[in-house]
Design a protein around this ligand. Structure first.
Ligand code: HEM
Length: 539
């Protein structure tokens, strides 16, 4: 986000002048103050939204503001307009769980989705989204018999990852391995194999072109975004209907996004064309079959266009890789720094393998690992891969609250009225740390909280009352069945094969990017995401 500061000094172009004009108009039209209290804005142009990604550790500011103003307050969005910040469980359940189509995604997210992915499930809203979700949901349904197929695949591919990690840890005398490199490769291959029956080869190949193109687009977003990109983001938030025109402006970021989108379309075409042509494919239950049958469907409520078909592959890669990979990176670091929990989890895994024999386990076996699952939940709670979900109100509404808040005029209220078009920042990270939900030890690592029978005062979330997978019909499609199974398998294989310790002088912190978090070594953030661990082989 340093680019915000350098970008502002860049010389003006006709496009930036026009966009700035639009943004100033938006500021003048929209600067009515919300009734909520909130911290003073640090800058009229960037507001708190520019400040959040600049903080050293994710969630610190949001938790400080929550202590001061409660679970719903006013923040300054870009161009001085107010945004409503919420982490109240009842409000989040209302916005994300009950009325997802009345509170669509913010224009900034939609613009990025349109530019990078095209009309895939994460980009679309309303009836378009509903139709795509209807097509794709069955492939991830909890009653879908795919779970055991996934368990086999996760273990087979996991064994390859363990061999590669062991070889790398034995190469150096200090046994240090950057585990994030491997969780990233594994998560990518698993999305390809589970959803598209395609092996990207990340565990075995040094470079995967699609990933290189995505990394290039992200690198530009993180370091080379210019003033025009920043103004485009602001314009997209204020004028979402201008997004198709905005993404045609040829900034370096938009060019990199287009390169990625073209390559991903070609890759998706190569993978999907046989399935789309084969009538036998239309009866299966996995993602490829669901997409193929909807492509040929004559029912408008199920029909997917070729553009929509091709957009799904990159959508799944983007939605399923970094999320899973960074959660597992944080999780293994937490086990390295909490050796008693590591021993307890290992004992549970060894007991299971002892009872079942050294064989491939099924999904139910992994579900039976209660402490391992509690560890996975605690990692998801403390290190959600997305820290904020931006939304806006499609119509005027009243959002209910579990805990009352005090307004500017001193009135105490249990609901907040919103006008049409208000920006709402749903804060996953600060909800996941609320003491009113998780107890007085909410700031501490404690997987036992999920086993000690304490009451968790919330109904929001898809898994373990956590918001890490969001909620409702726009929540993570893969959540507990696939994503959690993946975590359970990786923990089990890692603990069965290695003793894990933190690398010396490598304290891992939760770095913030625009809307996501990433594990990085304190003081070495410029090297990007890393989790160096000492891995001593047990075999
Ligand atoms: C620990 C792992 C994961 C986490 C924490 C996670 C989290 C999330 C969150 C918070 C959302 C909602 C985003 C929003 O509303 O803007 C989401 C949506 C989604 N996730 Fe995940 N995810 C994970 C793994 C996966 C995997 C493995 C896949 C695919 C194989 C996947 C596919 C998706 C898709 C397709 C959506 C869009 C759903 C929709 O818009 O209807 N996720 N995920």
């Amino acid at each position: 986000m340093q680019q915000y500061i350098t970008a502002i000094s860049a010389s003006p172009t006709p496009t930036s002048i026009l966009l700035l004009f639009l943004v100033v108009i938006a500021y003048l039209l929209c600067r009515r103050k919300s009734l909520l209290r909130g911290p003073p804005s640090p800058s009229w142009l960037l507001g708190h939204e520019g400040q959040i990604p600049l903080q050293a550790t994710a969630g610190v500011l949001e938790r400080k503001w929550t202590k001061e103003y409660g679970t719903a307050f006013r923040l300054a969005s870009f161009t001085g307009k107010d945004a409503i910040f919420v982490n109240d469980p009842k409000a989040l359940q209302y916005i994300l769980g009950e009325k997802p189509y009345d509170f669509p995604r913010g224009g900034d997210i939609t613009m990025m989705g349109t530019a990078l992915l095209g009309p895939g499930i994460t980009t679309m809203d309303g009836a378009y989204h509903q139709r795509q979700r209807k097509v794709l949901n069955p492939a991830f349904s909890p009653i879908n018999s795919m779970a055991n197929t996934w368990a086999v695949l996760l273990q087979d591919h996991g064994a390859k990852m363990i061999d590669s990690i062991r070889a790398q840890s034995e190469e150096g005398a200090d046994h240090v391995v950057d585990i994030l490199e491997w969780t990233a490769k594994y998560a990518l291959d698993i999305v390809g194999l589970v959803a598209f029956r395609h092996d990207f080869g990340a565990i075995s190949e040094p470079k995967v072109p699609l990933v290189e193109a995505l990394a290039h687009a992200f690198d530009i977003a993180a370091t080379k975004m210019n003033f025009v990109d920043l103004l485009m983001t602001m314009a997209a938030i204020r004028f979402p209907s201008c997004i198709p025109a905005l993404i045609k402006i040829p900034t370096p970021l938009q060019r990199a996004a287009r390169e990625f989108k073209d390559l991903s379309r070609r890759t998706a075409m190569g993978i999907m064309q046989t399935a789309l042509a084969d009538p036998k494919e239309r009866t299966g239950k996995d993602v490829v079959s669901s997409i193929a049958s909807s492509y040929h469907s004559t029912d408008p409520g199920l029909k997917l266009s070729l553009d929509e078909v091709l957009a799904q592959m990159t959508t799944f890669v983007l939605a399923g890789q970094e999320t899973t990979s960074s959660t597992m990176g944080f999780l293994l670091y937490e086990l390295a720094t909490h050796p008693a929990d590591q021993e307890r989890a290992r004992a549970e895994v060894q007991e299971l393998y002892g009872r079942k024999g050294n064989t491939t386990l099924d999904a139910k076996d992994f579900e039976s690992l209660s402490f391992v699952t509690a560890v996975a939940k605690e990692a998801l709670r403390m290190h959600p891969s997305g820290h904020t979900l931006p939304r806006y109100s499609a119509a005027a509404d009243v959002i209910p609250l579990a805990t009352p808040v005090t307004l500017e005029d001193g009135t105490v209220t249990k609901s907040i009225p919103v006008r049409k078009g208000e920006r709402i920042l749903c804060s996953i990270i600060s909800y996941n740390y609320l003491q009113s939900v998780w107890g007085a030890d909410a700031d501490e690592w404690n997987p036992e909280r999920f086993l000690d029978g304490r009451e968790i005062n919330s109904n929001v979330g898809l898994f373990g009352r956590l918001l890490s997978f969001s909620a409702g019909s726009r929540g993570c499609i893969a959540q507990w069945r696939l994503a959690v199974l993946e975590m359970q398998v990786v923990i089990s294989l890692m603990l069965k094969n290695f003793v894990i310790r933190p690398a010396p002088d490598a304290k891992v912190k939760m770095m913030v990017t625009h809307f996501t978090t990433m594990p990085a070594v304190e003081g070495q953030e410029d090297k990007g995401g890393r989790v160096p661990l000492i891995l001593e082989s047990l075999a």
